[in-house]
Design a protein around this ligand. Structure first.
Ligand code: NAD
Length: 694
């Protein structure tokens, strides 16, 4: 059973009281507690929670409610990082209408986040409220017909008190109602709830400390509040999505899925934030991305582990991906100013002329799971540097990585709401298509890409698609070192468990060297280590998606039925995890699915080619057009074929490779448009031509 989760915001003082307030009897076997900590910055846990306790602690940084420090009893230091972290919690709770219980500082925070202010120090009333050795105690009165009165079922009572700040009735935040007051000092508000509750989640805030009242087991101002909050959590009924570790099949996270309503709300936030971000200078935007670049390096061990746990690539390959992503970001850092700065075309004539590059606006990036950093970086980095706000929809298989990317961007200083996440499956991507976006950038399958292109065609917005491939590799008879070429081809097939858009998906070998090539390929294939991707020395991890194992087994079976020879592998590996033995087939032909459909796994067919002409026609016999590789001693001989191959990329004596300096583009069913290179910088801006006379 998936447990509902109560997120408790961490406080350096007395955290254990909040934690222990929820007893095993309260939690039974269907609830659990989560520490949400501004120190650990585990904001990726926020979307796993079903409700939140915002706890007490040090005063909120006064700039948050537009006042200054220097008041009596002000702390020596504030915790602005805590304020921001809890703001994120609160915003998430409001977006998803989740229950919130604000306690002491938590209540004050809710008031400020709703636009209200605080009494910075209670002055003479500290005598009643401010803690000394122990909490103070005083009577309170509850307003009738409020949520508070419905919960505690009392008109008056007594509570403990340990605060020197408070909320004045003239400074209430939007849509907040004071539901209880201190009896000895009727100015001090003791509780808040929403005034207009329709369409909002459960919210109850208290100025006292129900978690540590001396008689908390009996006093309704503790007991009943806790009971009701727990009941609200149990009643939360939202779409959640499980994330599995493909190596162990264990659930690693259960997250709230976005709905079309939350997607619309996030879009409004992006729209409003984009204007401010575009007003930053280009060099300021570049500086922000440089900090993001540094943060990836700082956190790369944790990030690579998460990546391996959620999509299954061997740990070293996760690290390689992060390094590769940083190399791409470095390219954008070093080249964006050159390609995005104002371009003076004519400064001498009577009419001067220049081009300025303006952001598109709010763009969406719907993304794939196989290289979640690399494919995201291709889009979100140049888009942000160009002054756009980005609605990023990570694949449902790599949402944790998506959340890490978001966290690090904000840590790097990206202004709030310039980058929003759409969490969930395909329907969340579909919901994005209904927004008035200024551009859509998609990485994924041909099937989804085509659907997206059709859906947005009438809007006339830029729509860039990076789709699948069935990339060929041809080995000519003049190669000098067959073992080395066979090893390179094998690497191109099995790297990332074959789940690369530009993986080698089919191999053609000149008849003169066919036998030794197959022999060498087979012997190297047999040495591969398949297993737990967290273990050192593993070459091939599990596939990321369960269904893909059956898909590959079907492709192999189809080939065997039609006369292919399975030389090695191709079986499901028993036990937990989506493992398949890497496989090679010979005696294959283009009547077999394995030579025509994208496999996206560590399997391939090797086909004999009579000569270069036949190899070319086989390489061209595909709906895709991403990359093609030729291994040969002679560049001239290879180039003759390259000129006639209809792909966005060709490789001589290499394969399965992307360079940040070169355009990455597919033809035919492999996509439309280019990312990376200067073209991938300009893809996220639009030129404005200035004619300046006089
Ligand atoms: P996919 O098409 O299944 O999903 C891609 C994204 O689209 C996901 O975020 C998914 O949730 C979303 N989506 C699904 N249905 C949708 C809908 N109806 N409307 C809007 N969004 C929807 O692809 P995948 O399995 O995540 O990725 C694998 C594919 O991506 C392979 O074909 C691979 O070759 C390709 N790919 C291409 C490149 C490239 O650079 N050309 C890079 C990586 C992956």
């Amino acid at each position: 059973m998936i447990k509902k989760r109560i997120g408790i915001s961490y406080t350096r003082t007395n955290f254990h009281f909040y934690w222990n307030w929820f007893s095993p009897e309260d939690l039974r076997n269907d609830l659990e507690l989560v520490e949400l900590s501004f120190e650990k910055m585990n904001s990726h846990e926020i979307p796993t929670c079903d409700g939140f306790v915002l706890t007490g602690g040090i005063d909120i940084e006064p700039s948050l409610y537009n006042l200054e420090s220097g008041y009596p009893h002000a702390p020596q230091f504030y915790q602005p990082e805590r304020d921001l972290f809890e703001k994120e919690i609160y915003e998430f709770s409001q977006l998803h209408r989740l229950p919130v219980l604000g306690i002491c500082r938590g209540m004050q925070l809710v008031n400020t986040l709703q636009g209200g202010r605080l009494i910075q120090d209670l002055g003479q009333f500290n005598e009643i409220h401010k803690k000394e050795e122990t909490d103070k105690e005083h009577g309170i009165s509850v307003m009738s017909k409020t949520l508070m009165s419905e919960i505690v079922e009392e008109g008056t009572g007594y509570v403990n008190s340990a605060h020197h700040q408070a909320i004045h009735r003239n400074d209430l935040g939007r849509n907040l109602l004071a539901n209880a007051h201190s009896i000895r000092d009727d100015e001090t508000i003791e509780g808040l709830e929403f005034l207009e509750k329709e369409g909002r989640g459960f919210l109850l805030c208290v100025q006292w400390h129900p978690e540590r009242m001396r008689d908390k087991l009996e006093n309704p101002f503790s007991k009943k509040i806790k009971e009701r909050f727990i009941k609200e959590i149990r009643q939360v009924n939202m779409e959640k999505i499980n994330m599995f570790n493909p190596a162990t099949e264990e659930v690693i996270a259960t997250l709230h899925e976005d709905s079309s309503e939350t997607i619309k709300e996030k879009f409004q936030l992006l729209r409003a934030a984009q204007v401010g971000w575009a007003a930053y200078s280009l060099s300021e935007r570049v500086a922000c991305i440089r900090r993001f670049f540094d943060l990836i390096e700082v956190h790369k061990d944790a990030l690579s582990r998460t990546l391996t746990e959620e999509m299954g690539k061997p740990l070293q390959q996760s690290l390689n991906e992060l390094n590769g992503a940083r190399a791409r970001i470095r390219f954008f850092l070093e080249n964006s100013e050159k390609w995005l700065s104002v371009e003076w075309i004519d400064q001498q004539s009577a009419t001067r002329e220049k081009i300025e590059y303006e952001p598109l606006g709010v763009i969406a990036n719907i993304s794939a799971w196989n290289y979640p950093y690399l494919v995201a970086v291709n889009v979100i980095i140049p888009a942000l540097i160009g002054g756009n706000a980005v609605f990023y929809k990570p694949s449902e298989y790599t949402m944790l990585t998506g959340m890490h990317i978001q966290k690090l961007l904000y840590q790097a200083g990206l202004p709030e709401h310039c980058f929003e996440l759409g969490l969930g499956k395909g329907q969340v991507g579909e919901a994005l298509l209904h927004l008035s976006l200024d551009g859509i950038f998609f990485t994924g399958s041909y099937r989804t890409g085509r659907l997206i292109a059709e859906r947005v065609a009438s809007r006339l917005i830029p729509c860039q698609l990076e789709l699948g491939g069935k990339d060929p590799l041809y080995v000519m008879d003049d190669v000098e070192d067959i073992d080395q070429v066979a090893g390179a081809a094998l690497e191109g097939v099995i790297y990332n468990s074959g789940q690369s858009c530009c993986a080698v998906e089919r191999i053609y070998v000149h008849r003169k060297i066919y036998e030794p090539f197959v022999k060498s390929y087979l012997s190297q294939l047999k040495k591969l280590k398949v297993g737990d991707p967290l273990e050192k020395g593993i070459d091939v991890g599990p596939l990321s998606r369960k269904a893909q194992v059956d898909f590959l087994l079907e492709q192999i079976e189809d080939a065997i039925q039609k006369g292919a020879r399975l030389l090695h592998g191709g079986k499901r590996i028993p036990g937990k995890g989506y493992f398949i033995e890497p496989a090679v087939l010979t005696d294959v032909h283009h009547g077999m699915r394995i030579m025509k459909e994208e496999s996206f796994g560590p399997v391939t067919g090797i086909q004999k080619a009579e000569d270069d002409e036949e190899a070319l026609s086989l390489m061209q016999d595909t709906e895709y057009g991403l990359t093609a590789a030729i291994y040969s001693k002679s560049y001239e001989r290879a180039e003759k074929l390259f000129k006639r191959i209809n792909t966005g990329t060709v490789y001589w004596n290499c394969c399965d490779r992307v360079s940040a300096s070169l355009p990455w583009s597919g033809r035919k069913h492999s996509g439309i448009g280019s990312s990376l290179s200067y073209q991938g910088i300009r893809a996220f801006v639009q030129p404005k031509s200035y004619h300046i006379r006089g």
